[in-house]
Design a protein around this ligand. Structure first.
Ligand code: ADP
Ligand code: TRP
Length: 321
């Protein structure tokens, strides 16, 4: 089965991204032909600083490689290195009804959050459809927030096939069962855009500091606490063994344990969890040319497939005859 997913280089990746996406992407590598890319064309929709988009793209690449992306098996590249996808976006745009895009919740949410809407943001799902269709992907593992975009992709693929002939594979989404939403240090969803993240590979001291700042209620040390509405406990669930978690649950419920103690343990667990990959991440940081080489090899493999599909689509719509 051909599996494809993209991740935006809109900031440094964090443990919410890890448990909500990266971990599953890496697991799927063993059983399927995986295609993963850094969605830098998509990131442009929020008008980042040019230097940031370049830096974050490399950061995403280093994080994935350090965490175990197998670049021999998996095709891994930067979206903009295969510009064929933008030409397909245009062909798809011309059969995409405005209403389909006007219904997209992600666009509406971003506008409601104060982002001034540009055309790229509105057309974002069509570029995403082109990403998926150009590689004839069967399965697209994404978080629940992306479900609608995969439905739009299916709709566009079916329309195109009905109009011009069976060119595209109609993909299925695979909604990643995240261990629920990972909370950030302020208790909201951990997100690059909220400044409440804990990154996998930031310095250990910074991880400790951030964990100690996680928002909790003001229940005094001696009183019982409810683990079910505690951000620290929600994060402990991701990192502690089931035996240790039960112990923490009992300690919360019986009182006598302060949040600071749980936070200290959480910080050590987070650091230990990523420790085996940290060394690799440091080595990559010192060998950027290797990272660029991985991406360029991936782009070459991706481009061969993309060019073939694009040629089929151009011919189907009547171009270049
Ligand atoms: P961010 O909100 O930090 O910008 P993205 O929207 O780029 O993150 O998300 C990339 C992937 O990581 C998506 O598949 C998304 O579902 C997942 N993800 C992001 N934040 C979290 C979170 N706090 N908990 C679980 N999954 C998350
Ligand atoms: N929109 C996705 C996100 O924000 C990223 C993305 C771009 C993507 N193109 C894709 C995901 C194609 C899956 C398939 O998470």
């Amino acid at each position: 089965m051909r599996v494809l997913s993209g991740i935006q280089p809109s900031g440094r990746l964090h443990i919410g991204n890890f448990f909500g996406a990266i971990r599953q992407h890496l697991q799927l590598q063993t059983e399927h032909d995986c295609f993963y890319f850094i969605a830098d064309f998509h990131a442009l929709t929020s008008n980042p600083e040019p230097a940031d988009i370049a830096r974050y793209s490399l950061d995403v690449a280093m994080d994935y490689i350090a965490l175990g992306l197998d670049s021999e098996k998996t095709i891994f590249w930067r979206q903009s290195d295969v510009p064929e996808v933008t030409e397909l976006t245009w062909l798809l745009s011309c059969i995409t009804p405005m209403g389909l895009l006007q219904r997209c919740v992600s666009f509406k949410d971003k506008v409601a959050a104060g982002l001034s809407p540009n055309h790229g943001l509105f057309a974002y799902p069509v570029l995403q459809a082109a990403d998926i269709l150009i590689y004839k992907s069967d399965l697209v593992p994404v978080g629940a927030d992306q479900k609608q975009h995969i439905e739009v992709t299916r709709d566009i693929a079916i329309r195109f096939n009905n109009t011009y002939g069976e060119i595209f594979t109609v993909p299925n989404e695979y909604i990643i069962e995240s261990v629920a939403v990972v909370p950030g240090t302020d208790g909201r969803k951990m997100s690059k855009s909220y400044g409440n993240t804990i990154e996998m590979f930031e310095p250990e001291g910074a991880i400790r500091k951030k964990v100690m700042r996680i928002v909790t209620d003001s229940t005094p040390v001696e009183e019982p606490k409810n683990p079910d509405n505690c951000n620290v406990f929600t994060l402990l669930k991701l990192f502690a063994s089931s035996q240790e978690l039960t112990e923490w649950e009992n300690r919360y419920r019986s009182g006598g344990t302060g949040y600071a103690e749980a936070k200290k343990r959480l910080a050590e667990l987070v650091i230990d969890y990523f420790k085996p990959f940290r060394q690799k991440r440091c080595e990559l940081e010192k060998d950027i040319s290797y990272v660029k080489q991985v991406l360029s090899k991936g782009a070459g493999r991706a481009k061969a497939i993309a060019a073939e599909t694009l040629a089929q689509a151009r011919k189907a719509v009547g171009l270049g005859a």
